[in-house]
Design a protein around this ligand. Structure first.
Ligand code: BG6
Length: 296
């Protein structure tokens, strides 16, 4: 279903027969909403989000490509989140997601403007699908279409903003004892302690070589988000907390209490593609009542 979103921007609404839904803006191929079959919103979207190019939308799932973060020649988090994507009418077959009837295929290619800063030809195909149980699945396929034998490298993240009832009641399981780079301490490398992560101040860490499954447990809502990922070894955990929240124009002062970013990513070791090669990175999100997960 196609319609106009905020400021007349094009968006696609996906609806699954049991009632779950998702909304995707063509601007940024940005998922801004994911609701379960009770109509409850599962993603955080700032009340101050700016839906106006070239600003990226604050919340949902921004795509960071071809550069995660600000270390590199490109603007922070690359340009994919600030470009108008197209509907991919003729996508090559996706082996997975075949059960889903609610999906959209989007495509982004090299533009003249982007090739000035990133001189490579690429085709980025993104399928966004809702599974029968309301799971949200994003599959990225990025192909090097350079003609002159030139490889390219990129870093990547699905910058997912989860909606949580109260950040101080949230636990993240799956990242304990892992090494991470701390963005708040010059990207120095540390090792996480053995307990599930909890939150009481600003956090901006890149966990390395993470498992394919990470759980975000929201006690108050009795809900657990399960993040499953493939091709994405790293995981960023970010919450700006109060001071940084105040400094961001497109983020409410107290909104940090109600969000947590857990981002499936490939950062430490950039992905390199030779001409003709394709990389695939998959994210699958589910939201389940916490009791389902006890003992896991
Ligand atoms: C996170 C980064 O992924 O994104 C943070 O680790 C950054 O350092 C945050 O502040 C938000 O970035 P932006 O560009 O959307 O404000």
């Amino acid at each position: 279903e196609f319609c106009k979103g905020v400021n007349g921007l094009d968006k696609v609404i996906l609806r699954e027969s049991r009632g779950s839904s998702a909304e995707v803006y063509l601007y940024g191929a940005h998922v801004t909403s994911w609701k379960n079959d009770h109509g409850e919103e599962l993603l955080f979207l700032s009340s101050k989000a700016v839906f106006k190019p070239p600003k990226a939308i604050r919340g949902g799932i921004p795509i960071c490509f071809p550069q995660f973060g600000g270390l590199g020649t490109l603007d922070q988090h690359g340009f994919a989140r600030n470009r108008l994507w197209s509907i991919d009418d003729d996508p090559p077959p996706f082996p997975t997601n075949t059960l889903s009837k609610a999906f959209v295929d989007l495509i982004l290619k090299t533009s003249e403007e982007d090739s000035k800063n990133w001189p490579h030809n690429f085709e980025y195909r993104l399928r966004i699908a809702l599974g029968p149980g309301g799971d949200l699945m994003l599959t990225s396929r990025i192909r090097n279409t350079n003609s002159e034998g030139k490889p390219f490298s990129f870093t990547f993240a699905y910058h997912t903003y989860f909606s949580v009832s109260d950040i101080s009641e949230v636990r993240v399981e799956g990242l304990e004892t892992l090494d991470y780079l701390d963005n708040l301490q010059n990207k120095e490398r540390f090792t996480e302690q053995g307990d599930a992560l909890t939150f009481e101040s600003e956090v901006d860490k890149i966990y390395l070589s993470t498992p394919t499954k990470i759980a975000i447990i929201d006690h108050e809502k009795k809900r657990t988000f399960v993040v499953r990922k493939d091709g994405l070894p790293d995981a960023v955990v970010w919450n700006p907390w109060d001071k940084k929240a105040k400094a961001m124009a497109d983020f409410g002062d107290d909104e940090y209490k109600h969000m947590l970013c857990v981002e499936a990513a490939a950062i430490e070791k950039p992905i390199t593609l030779k001409p003709g090669e394709e990389w695939k990175g998959r994210l699958e999100l589910s939201a389940v009542p916490s009791s389902y997960c006890s003992g896991q």
